[in-house]
Design a protein around this ligand. Structure first.
Ligand SMILES: [Fe+2]
Ligand SMILES: [Fe+2]
Length: 417
């Protein structure tokens, strides 16, 4: 199975092609590496129904780079809108989430935007210095001065925040679609609050990038594939699974990690607000899908979703290769494969991946998409260790933030001793 985290991946060409590869110009070698990676991702999909659902978006995103052409993307949406003229009170847990969401609305203008984000101040870093391992960087052929390392750290942070923003645009549209398509009336009312939440998230991430970091990276191809596929899928539960469980679950983990490690106070305040909202969103996803998967789907339909979730997990994990930053900094200095090795094993990236999947995997378990049948696949890419964690329906935003604050305190104390 394709696994870019496997150091042997880069060596998996037949020996004759490996020898030939070294004679190619670096840009040709990089292009080959990109195609090989894309084909590996697309060809490892085992279920033909999953291939049919993800394939066209995979071609649009990974081969044609449709998210990167600087023009708007038009994706056909074919879901069915569900009206109910009886207005049933049909789901108390969703009604409770709706009440909490109304009370929890906040205004992005109220964040402390007056804070001056000074990117040259080494005491207020967006990401900690040990986010990357400099010794390993040297081994990979990367040599930078202290000032360059700081600037590189800002690039990584801006790249991550740009991907958060692009994910939020997807979440905004997906929340709107799901609000139309879902059959629970309490879910529709709740969904309207989520649409507002996601608009606010787009607003605050964009404002931070535009006014504080003054840069915006293009959408990552893997993220584009997932969003494009979700928009086009006509089944409401696939949109739920993709957006509310997978994209939102991983985002919650990523926001939490950045909240914990950044020293920049405006960004911390922004992320605290977003985390409060996202905790509700993932909770909604678990509530909506838990019974649906167990009682409404046939075994064949359930298996398809189980396979789909696994493929998307791998795509999501690959999304964190940050090739957009590589192209900016190192494209003419080291190979794409060397970069992959470096970024994959950076301590900061390892922490991001670990926290993200610790949020996602328990939710897949909770909704019934991590049965014995699929576990070996998760095992083979190192994700089964998160199986026993708490699922989103047992977590509130307050609890998540309190845990992150406690971890941050403990790490600061440890660093000071
Ligand atoms: Fe969001
Ligand atoms: Fe969300």
């Amino acid at each position: 199975m394709f696994d870019p985290l496997d150091p042997g991946f880069a060596m998996s060409l037949p020996p004759i092609l490996q020898r030939l590869q070294h004679r190619l110009r670096p840009e040709v070698r990089n292009q080959l590496d990109e195609w090989r990676e894309t084909i590996s991702v697309l060809s490892q999909v085992r279920d033909p129904r999953v291939a049919a659902a993800l394939g066209p978006s995979g071609v649009r995103g990974l081969l044609l780079h449709r998210g990167k052409q600087g023009v708007p993307t038009r994706t056909p949406a074919r879901h069915r809108v569900h009206f109910d003229w009886q207005y049933p009170h049909d789901n108390p847990e969703m009604a409770e989430l709706y009440r909490r969401a109304k009370a929890g609305q906040w205004n992005g203008d109220d964040l402390p935007w007056h804070i001056d984000v000074d990117l040259d101040n080494p005491d207020v870093l967006l990401l900690p210095e040990d986010f990357v391992d400099r010794d390993m960087a040297e081994q990979c052929g990367i040599r930078l001065t202290d000032a360059e390392w700081r600037a590189f750290g800002h690039s990584i942070a801006a790249w991550m925040l740009s991907q958060f923003l692009h994910g939020e645009q997807g979440a905004l549209f997906a929340a709107a679609q799901v609000t139309e398509a879902v059959q629970f009336f309490d879910g529709k009312l709740y969904g309207a609050t989520q649409v507002m939440d996601e608009a606010r998230h787009v607003e605050v991430f964009l404002r931070y990038l535009e006014t504080k970091l003054e840069r915006l990276y293009q959408v990552n191809d893997n993220l584009f594939v997932i969003i494009d596929a979700l928009m086009a899928d006509r089944r409401w539960d696939m949109k739920f699974l993709g957006m509310q469980i997978m994209v939102e679950g991983l985002a919650l983990g990523a926001f939490g990690t950045m909240y914990k490690v950044t020293e920049e106070p405006l960004l911390r305040a922004l992320l605290a607000g977003v985390i409060q909202d996202e905790a509700r969103h993932v909770h909604y996803g678990v509530v909506a899908l838990r019974d649906h998967v167990r009682t409404e789907l046939t075994e064949s339909e359930r298996r398809e979703r189980e396979d789909w979730a696994f493929e998307v997990s791998v795509l999501m994990r690959n999304r964190f290769m940050a090739y957009e930053v590589y192209e900016e900094w190192f494209e003419h200095r080291i190979s794409r494969a060397r970069w992959r090795e470096f970024i994959t094993h950076s301590p900061g990236m390892e922490q991001f991946r670990s926290v993200m999947f610790s949020r996602l995997v328990p939710n897949l378990r909770e909704i019934g998409l991590l049965t014995d049948r699929i576990r070996p696949a998760y095992e083979s890419v190192g994700l089964m260790r998160y199986f026993g964690g708490a699922s989103a329906d047992s977590l509130t935003g307050d609890r998540i933030l309190a845990e992150l604050d406690a971890e941050r305190e403990a790490e600061l104390l440890q660093a000071g001793t």
